[in-house]
Design a protein around this ligand. Sequence first.
Ligand code: SAM
Length: 246
Amino acid sequence: NTFGFRTVPETERQGLVNAVFSSVASRYDLMNDLMSGGLHRLWKADFVSMIGAPKTGRAFQLLDVAGGTGDIAIRYAEASGPNATAVLCDISPEMLAEGQTKVAAKGLDHRIRLTQGNAEALPFPNGTFDAYTIAFGIRNVTHIEQALAEAHRILKIGGRFLCLEFSECQVPLLDRLYDFHSFEIIPRLGAMTAGSAEPYRYLVESIRRFPNQDAFADMIRGAGFERVSVRNLTGGIAAIHSGWKI
Ligand code: SAM
């Protein structure tokens, strides 16, 4: 008996997603390390280096959407100058609570503000931010076009959109290994550590449903972004999409 995510009506999807993240919030970081074999750390380091945050005292404002437990915002704050700040926005109070604890433990409260919000209706005025990031988040959003339109709206002219997401593995054999990992290993790891395989079946299914590199790049262009580019990570298991508001 799977989550049957494919057949869930659109109006109920976000509720299911929220249930998944509220139930895994306290184990989320551990699960990430376990299921990706630590790979997500390398991908995130790569991703954050593309933000181009100033190392000097110049002001810079990042919006990290679906920021969860803070991996992107914290790495960014640690790698940038004192006036580079971030707003972390996530729909899940439980994930935000984990994030707040981590931000405080790193002494970054004055650089990172956490707030609840939906990627499809961001609670910020037009033209506010220098960069927008979303890591392993957009896949969970019901109306992706709407989230992209919101990203475009809240960016300043000259601002950059960056998305880190699972994508289509483009290396023969690695793709077979990845399938085995997705369908055999991940649900078992989920059952062992979280007591239930369902959230992880959802995870795998949502990855398979997400548009591939080219299709997603087209959607980003469709939202009005320019100079859209894609960078594959680990043979395309994940990819970084970039676009500029010009
Ligand atoms: N960015 C973090 C990372 O890379 O570790 C967390 C990614 S986690 C897989 C996905 C996050 O998306 C969860 O924290 C979830 O609450 C959030 N989320 C799901 N739907 C959302 C929405 N519509 N708007 C904002 N955040 C959402």
